[in-house]
Design a protein around this ligand. Structure first.
Ligand code: GCU
Length: 671
């Protein structure tokens, strides 16, 4: 049967360099690799990749090998050296002329080293070239699927779930490939179901479904990935028949204890639970007058003996806000709920914090929680799924955004970037890292838009090594996925690197966010969220726009450490791209460019549309150099992007013209 899904960046087209062909005929692996599931996967991947790229099926020899063997011998060496001076999960890869030597102190490191060597070969390098030592920077490198058991995906833009069909768990060849692809970029934890645990998903932790989860968990373990589940805090009520899920109620605790024991009997390697509690209507400890720490700790205590952890989300706010109320501020909520609990969470609890204080807008400040919770394990949550950033119809390469977040200086205890906090470098903890709401589904190309897979790829690479630039990651992805044509690479690289700015240009200006169509979150609706109860207001009137979040306004700026608090507090020092997030500004006020705010809005929106046209023109110049299926997909997406960019531009600009009465200096058409 013909495979109905693409191979993403592991396509391995036949393009092995001549000098590699001579070297890759033998794989020498440490004897101790034999029978180790991860080492076996490393050998399997090398064998398959080399064969696909044009080599012959390599001979695999298990023998005593050391790093030096590669100096004299020929072939690929997989050296498992427990005393090697390399961090856990890391590898050292050296090309020595006639050989490529991968050394690691654990077999997960060998697997990552094997994928790294394949990456270099697939990018057109010789096996003698690579020389790198890589130790994954983020301890946890997780994907969160928002897949529902009926097969739908919350905020999914790439078809249906490939984990669940009609309320059943699906395990097939596609599952196996998916696991391989994710392992190849270093993912080591996957939550397979939506944080909003509804309907049949409540039963994932019952004896009926656990055996299948065990099969899935085993497949993931072969590739160094731990399975995690989203669970419902109300499970004792939903499936346990109890009346209360109070975390201090002995009956509820007893129920969880036997449930967790049962889960681990079936799935001994389960990583633990991801929980969204007291958030957007999900049940949680507040129902019983308890706090988040009491809720999370109860589960953590029970999971600990099985080696499991609790990942507790910090996406909480009062969703019943009155738009007339200008003091309550959704942006402040997570900090207000959690900072007072710092130090109260168990060691096996991690708080998972979204990158910004609102909800994955195209531009937001960084969540102040990263600089405030010094005695708690923190994990950074980003969204690879393009919920507010174009639904994988519009092109939006998100790696630059993630890098901005990681580089942000929180000034926690002196100095600490977000990267230092969530990688454990600052406080020396190991339960931390990154999680991404992922963008895959059962579409043939996995990600709806072919180029959106650069975000999936890039997210994993960034977790492994945040020092990689957005450009390097994009180049790697292009070369492996599409090929080595320099012109193709130049054009696609340029499109990817400009795409976030372009999207921002034609959508919401200067950090204000929320001008999307309510519920779907695609396309413009300037006032769609303005009189709603979600705490999402731009507050535009005939004179100006923006939310005053200074100490004179909602006081949100005060949640940052100095000097950030003062930087955001003052109009002159507030980064301009976030101006309207923090300040109310008159349309006639001048920006740093010398333009008035209103003219900036008009200009950026018209520019954004022109930039989409430029991308379309650029794509046409390479259209016949990329695979036909990809060209059809990307061309179709770009046309839809142009349509929606025009809608954004004309609706946003016309709104501001009508409300302000100020004409465009350039006299372009407003409606
Ligand atoms: C957003 C999104 C929801 C999701 C929620 C979350 O609000 O629109 O669909 O459930 O984030 O992160 O939990």
């Amino acid at each position: 049967m013909e495979q109905k899904w693409t191979k993403l960046w592991l396509a391995y087209p036949e393009r092995m360099r001549q000098e590699n062909l001579e070297i890759v005929t033998k794989i020498h692996a440490s004897e101790s690799c034999q029978g180790d599931r991860l080492a076996v996967s490393a050998v399997r991947e090398l064998t398959a990749g080399i064969t696909a790229m044009g080599g012959k099926l390599p001979e695999v020899i298990y023998e005593t090998v050391c790093e030096q063997c590669g100096q004299t011998g020929e072939g690929i060496y997989l050296v498992l050296a427990e005393n090697a001076n390399i961090g856990a999960e890391g590898y050292r890869l050296n090309g020595t002329g006639r050989s490529a030597v991968i050394v690691a102190k654990d077999t997960r490191g060998l697997l990552y080293g094997a994928f790294a060597l394949l990456r270099h070969m697939s990018m057109g390098e010789t096996v003698c070239e690579p020389s790198e030592t890589v130790v994954p920077v983020m301890p946890l490198r997780m994907l969160n699927h928002w897949d529902n058991m009926d097969g739908s995906i919350e905020r999914g833009y790439s078809g249906q779930s490939f984990f669940f069909v009609q309320n059943e768990i699906v395990i097939n060849d596609r599952t196996g490939d998916y696991i391989r692809y994710m392992a190849s970029v270093g993912i080591n934890g996957i939550v397979i179901n939506n944080v909003n645990v509804r309907g049949r998903a409540n039963e994932l932790i019952t004896a009926e479904l656990l055996p299948k989860l065990q099969t899935l968990s085993c497949m993931m373990q072969d590739y160094g990935i731990r399975l995690f589940l989203s669970v419902n805090f109300a499970a004792p009520i939903r499936i346990g028949g109890l009346e209360s899920a109070d975390p201090l109620d002995p009956a509820a605790i007893g129920w969880w204890k036997s449930k967790i024991d049962e889960i681990y009997r079936f799935v001994p390697e389960l990583g633990g639970f991801l929980i969204k509690a007291d958030s957007e209507g999900n049940h949680g400890p507040y129902a019983y007058g308890r706090d988040h720490a009491q809720g999370a700790n109860m589960l953590a205590d029970l999971l600990r003996e099985h080696g499991g952890i609790v990942i507790w989300r910090c996406f909480v706010y009062n969703a019943g806000q009155d738009w007339r109320d200008k003091k309550t501020d959704r942006a402040k909520a997570a900090y207000e709920h959690f900072v007072k609990l710092d130090g109260q969470f168990r060691e096996n609890v991690i708080l998972q914090v979204k990158n910004g204080p609102m909800d994955f807008q195209i531009r937001e400040p960084i969540s102040p929680l990263f600089g405030a919770m010094k005695k708690t394990n923190l994990m950074l949550e980003v969204q690879v799924a393009q919920e507010y950033t174009g639904h994988q119809i519009d092109l939006c390469y998100l790696i630059p955004l993630y890098k901005e977040v990681l580089d942000f200086q929180t000034y926690a205890d002196g100095e600490a970037t977000v990267e230092e906090v969530v990688s454990g470098a600052k406080y020396g903890n190991r339960l931390c890292g990154m999680a991404a709401v992922t963008n895959t589904g059962d579409d043939e190309n996995w990600t709806g838009h072919d180029l959106a897979a650069a975000n999936t790829y890039g997210y994993g690479r960034l977790c492994m090594d945040p020092s990689l630039s957005a450009e390097t990651i994009a180049r790697e992805w292009i070369r492996q996925t599409i090929g080595h044509d320099a012109e193709v690479e130049r054009v696609i690289l340029d499109m990817l690197l400009r795409s976030r700015e372009i999207y921002e240009n034609y959508t919401c200006p200067l950090g204000i966010g929320w001008m999307v169509t309510p519920a779907t979150h695609y396309g413009p609706s300037v006032n769609g969220y303005e009189y709603d109860h979600w705490g999402t207001y731009h507050r535009a009137d005939h004179l100006g726009i923006g939310v005053d979040r200074t100490s004179a306004g909602t006081g949100y700026t005060m949640q940052y450490n100095e000097p950030n608090a003062s930087m955001y507090e003052h109009r002159e020092t507030c980064p301009e791209e976030l101006l309207l997030f923090f300040h109310r500004v008159l349309y006639t006020e001048k920006l740093k460019s010398g333009k008035t705010l209103i003219q900036h809005i008009y200009d950026t929106h018209f520019l954004g549309v022109e930039q989409v046209k430029e991308m379309i023109a650029a794509w046409k110049t390479i259209a016949d150099k990329v695979p036909e299926r990809m060209n059809e997909n990307v061309s179709e997406r770009l046309d839809r992007q142009l349509y929606i960019a025009r809608e954004w531009c004309d609706q946003v600009n016309s709104f501001f013209w009508r409300i302000s009465g100020i004409p465009d200096e350039q006299g372009r058409t407003l409606y």
